[in-house]
Design a protein around this ligand. Structure first.
Ligand code: CP
Ligand code: NVA
Length: 299
């Protein structure tokens, strides 16, 4: 039987997603006392890029569910010496019950998943970061109740986070507007056909108008470090600062997946201010990923 993978956000149905968020909230409420449903199971964390939150939240999450996490950091496996991801997936599948992977191209993740006989979870690729958006949506639900009449504004790079948010908006049917500099739009295949509820604009003020949630991310993602200086100049009007966020609804919240660069994509006043929910977001990685692992391994 083909295992159930989570390679991008729309791998779940809207109903499954709702069920998963409800379970994540329950796991959050019972963190120290819930049952250890992954007892006897092992999860490999195979990372080809750096990480703080994803790696630690998965490792701690597996532990809290009674399982065992095996962390394989960048350059620490035979992949660094040329072993294929296909052979790595075949081998690891003989030892472990799920494989959490952070890598570069989405195709590399897909190839790995194709050869794995256990569930594979996308812990970030160049194209998608669905585990982060799971946590973000729990944070939104905690603050806004539901997604039904939500307007979400994305400001800055049309990157892996923007793509995952587009998947989420389409699946859960909320309104999303992304303000990106010319040449930095989200992936065209992920974006598909724009509509009144899914648009890319150039002016960040247009995007934040009547928004309930405003989010951004670094201007140069992992692997784009050499473009940093060029991007600083091109992205300067896309900083989320007090002036910009004042254009959103008075009760709008600010999200950032972290790590953040204060003074670049966000001002210190916003990320450290009253609208910011970034620490809840970071914490929610733990609870949502625990629910995701239970869902993929046990249902
Ligand atoms: N937001 C996030 O994925 O952070 P890390 O790169 O630290 O895992
Ligand atoms: N877009 C960022 C997200 C980091 C969590 C990156 O890919 O580096």
């Amino acid at each position: 039987m083909t295992p159930r993978h989570f390679l991008r956000f729309n791998a779940l149905s809207a109903g499954e997603f709702e069920q998963l968020l409800t379970r994540a909230a329950a796991l959050k409420a019972t963190r120290r006392t819930h049952e250890k449903r992954l007892a006897g199971k092992s999860v490999a964390l195979f990372f080809e890029k750096p990480s703080t939150r994803t790696r630690v939240s998965f490792e701690v999450g597996v532990h809290e569910l009674g399982g065992h996490a095996v962390v394989i950091p960048p350059r620490d496996s035979q992949v660094g010496r040329g072993e294929s991801v296909a052979d790595t997936a075949r081998t690891l599948s003989r030892y472990i019950d799920a494989l959490v992977v952070r890598t570069f191209e989405q195709e590399r993740l897909e190839e790995l998943a194709q050869h794995a006989t256990v569930p594979v979870v996308n812990a970030l690729t160049d194209l998608h970061h669905p585990c982060q958006v799971l946590a973000d949506l729990l944070t939104v639900r905690e603050n806004k109740g539901s997604f039904a009449s939500l307007k979400f504004a994305w400001i800055g790079d049309g990157n892996n986070m923007a793509n995952a948010w587009i998947d989420a908006a389409r699946l859960l049917d909320f309104h999303i507007v992304l303000a990106c500099p010319p040449g930095y739009d989200p992936d065209p295949e992920v974006l598909g056909r724009p509509s009144a509820r899914l648009r890319v604009v150039r002016d960040p003020m247009d995007a934040v108008d009547r928004a309930d949630v405003v989010s951004t991310d670094v201007w140069a993602s992992m692997g784009q470090e050499e473009e940093h200086a060029k991007r600083l100049a091109l992205f300067s009007r896309y900083q989320v600062n007090e002036k910009l966020i004042a254009g959103a609804k008075p009760d709008a919240i600010f999200l950032h997946c972290l790590p953040a660069h204060r003074g670049e994509e966000v001002s210190a006043a916003v990320i450290d201010g009253p609208r910011s929910r970034v620490w809840d977001q970071a914490e929610n990685r733990l609870h949502t990923q625990k629910a995701l692992l239970e869902f993929l391994l046990l249902s």
